[in-house]
Design a protein around this ligand. Structure first.
Ligand SMILES: [Zn+2]
Length: 144
């Protein structure tokens, strides 16, 4: 079953939104008017690189994804609705910006540090929202 993700709302609308393909996610960054670097999340009060003040006009959307730095399998559900075991990872989503995310693969053997990941929307059990999973950039959205 592939629900129509365009009918769902993002669980974290300040962080990401559905991309034009209806499956991938765009991440919402703030691009600093001073140093041009990206900060995340976009609603931060100042640039995380140089401290320059940023406001809503600095927001830019970029294809969600990044580089997998490290990961760990979690054997208990951290969040209601998240299945266990699941894999959490640190992903560098922009220069000097590292976020923790859920890796949507069946097991760690499919992962390696340094691999490219992309962010996809996954429907949540509520039936109203989608969340964010990272999958290997080459995969066609297969997710646990
Ligand atoms: Zn800056």
């Amino acid at each position: 079953m592939t629900p129509d993700l365009t009918t769902l709302q993002p669980l974290r609308p300040t962080l990401y939104r559905l991309a034009a393909d209806g499956r991938s996610l765009d991440f919402l960054f703030a691009q600093c008017p001073q140093c041009r670097q990206l900060s995340f999340p976009a609603n931060a009060p100042g640039c995380m690189h140089c401290g320059h003040a940023i406001d809503a006009s600095a927001q830019v959307a970029r294809p969600g994804g990044g580089t997998l730095l490290e990961y760990v399998t979690l054997h208990v559900a951290m969040v209601p609705g998240l299945s266990a075991p699941s894999i959490a990872g640190d992903i560098r989503i922009a220069e000097q910006v590292v976020e923790e995310g859920v890796i949507g693969v069946a097991d760690e053997s499919l992962l390696a540090p340094g691999m490219a990941l992309r962010a996809i929307a996954v429907p949540l059990p509520s039936g109203e929202h989608y969340g964010c999973h990272f999958v290997p950039a080459g995969a066609q959205g297969a997710t646990a």
